[in-house]
Write a protein that binds this ligand. Structure first.
Ligand SMILES: [Cu+2]
Length: 298
C-alpha cells in the first residue's frame, strides 16, 4: 500500500504541475519574470512561439505516458495481487506484446523528432538580416556594436540607488526591474530580422533573451550567432546564462524593441554622443511601453 500511496502521490504532483504549466501564460511575464510565474515568458518572435508550442506538445505526450503507466501499474497491483491471483502463470513471452512495446515507443520518438528537427532548422535558418549586432560579453557587462551604423553601446547593471533615481525621474518602475535594468539599453526595430554575432573578451558567457527564444554561448576567440525577429514593442531582458564568475548573476541584457523612427533617432543621437537626447528617447519609449507588463513587481 505504501508503494501505491507513493505512486499516486507522484502522479497527483505531476498532474498538478502540468495544470500549472498549461495555465502558465496567464502568469507569464512579458520580457521579464513575474511573481508566481511557472511557465515561460511571453513569446515575441516566431522561434520563441515555436519553442513554446514544442514544449506544450512534448508535455502532452509526457503526461499521457505517465498517466497510462500509472493506470497500468494500479491495475496490475490490484488484479494480480496474491489474494486475487494466488497461482501466477508461467508465461514468459508474448510476441505481439513485445513487438508493440518496441514499435510504439519508436513511433512516439518519431512524432517528437519531426517537429524537433523543424525547430532546430528554423533556429539556424538565418533569414537575410535587416540589422546586424555584434555582442561581446565581458566580466561583467555587455557591449553591443552595430557595425553598419558604426555605434557601440556598453551596458552595466543598475545599482538600487541608480534605479530609484531613474524611477523618481519619471521612468515607469516595471521598465527598470531590479537586477535586470541596465544603464544603457540597446534598441532594435520592431518586425525586423536581427542577426546577433556573439563573442567574449575573457571567459565564456551566454547571450540570452527568453522572450525571443535566443540563447547562444559567448566564447572568447570565436563568433557564435543567433537571430530574432521581435514582433512586439517593449523591453525584453535576459541574463548571462553561462556560469562565468563572481558577478555572473549581475550582467543582464536589456533590449528595447521600438518603431523604426525611434530606432533611427536613437542611432543618430548615439552616433552624435548626445546623451541627453538618448535618455529622452529611451524614457519616452519606456513610457509608451509602461503597460507592457502589468504583473511585474517593483
Ligand atoms: Cu557571464
Amino acid at each position: 500500500m505504501t508503494s501505491i500511496g507513493r505512486w499516486t502521490g507522484t502522479c497527483i504532483a505531476t498532474a498538478a504541475s502540468s495544470a500549472g504549466l498549461f495555465a502558465a501564460p496567464a502568469l507569464a511575464g512579458s520580457g521579464q519574470p513575474s511573481p508566481k510565474q511557472i511557465g515561460f515568458q511571453e513569446a515575441v518572435t516566431p522561434i520563441a512561439e515555436q519553442i513554446h508550442w514544442f514544449h506544450d506538445f512534448v508535455n502532452v505526450i509526457i503526461f499521457a505516458i505517465t498517466i497510462f503507466v500509472m493506470l497500468l501499474m494500479l491495475y496490475v497491483m490490484w488484479r494480480f495481487s496474491e489474494k486475487r491471483n494466488p497461482v501466477p502463470t508461467k508465461t514468459t513471452h508474448n510476441t505481439t506484446l513485445e513487438v508493440l512495446w518496441t514499435v510504439v515507443p519508436v513511433l512516439v520518438l518519431l512524432v517528437i523528432a519531426i517537429p524537433s528537427f523543424k525547430l532546430l532548422y528554423a533556429q539556424y535558418a538565418y533569414p537575410p538580416p535587416d540589422l546586424t549586432i555584434k555582442v561581446t560579453g565581458h566580466a561583467w557587462n555587455w557591449t553591443h556594436e552595430y557595425p553598419d551604423q558604426k555605434i557601440s553601446v556598453d551596458s552595466v547593471m543598475l545599482q538600487d540607488d541608480e534605479r530609484e533615481a531613474l524611477i523618481k525621474s519619471g521612468m515607469p518602475a516595471n521598465q527598470v526591474p531590479r537586477n535586470l535594468a541596465v544603464d544603457n539599453e540597446v534598441l532594435v526595430p520592431v518586425n525586423k530580422v536581427v542577426h546577433v554575432l556573439v563573442t567574449s573578451s575573457d571567459v565564456i558567457h551566454a547571450w540570452t533573451i527568453p522572450s525571443f527564444g535566443s540563447k547562444v554561448d559567448a566564447v572568447p576567440g570565436r563568433i557564435t550567432a543567433t537571430w530574432f525577429k521581435a514582433q512586439k514593442e517593449g523591453i525584453y531582458f535576459g541574463q548571462c546564462s553561462e556560469l562565468c564568475g563572481k558577478d555572473h548573476a549581475f550582467m543582464p541584457i536589456a533590449l528595447r524593441v521600438v518603431k523604426d523612427r525611434v530606432f533611427d533617432d536613437w542611432v543618430d543621437a548615439t552616433k552624435k554622443r548626445d546623451r541627453k537626447r538618448v535618455r529622452d528617447i529611451i524614457q519616452q519609449a519606456a513610457k509608451d511601453h509602461s503597460g507592457q507588463n502589468k504583473t511585474a513587481s517593483r
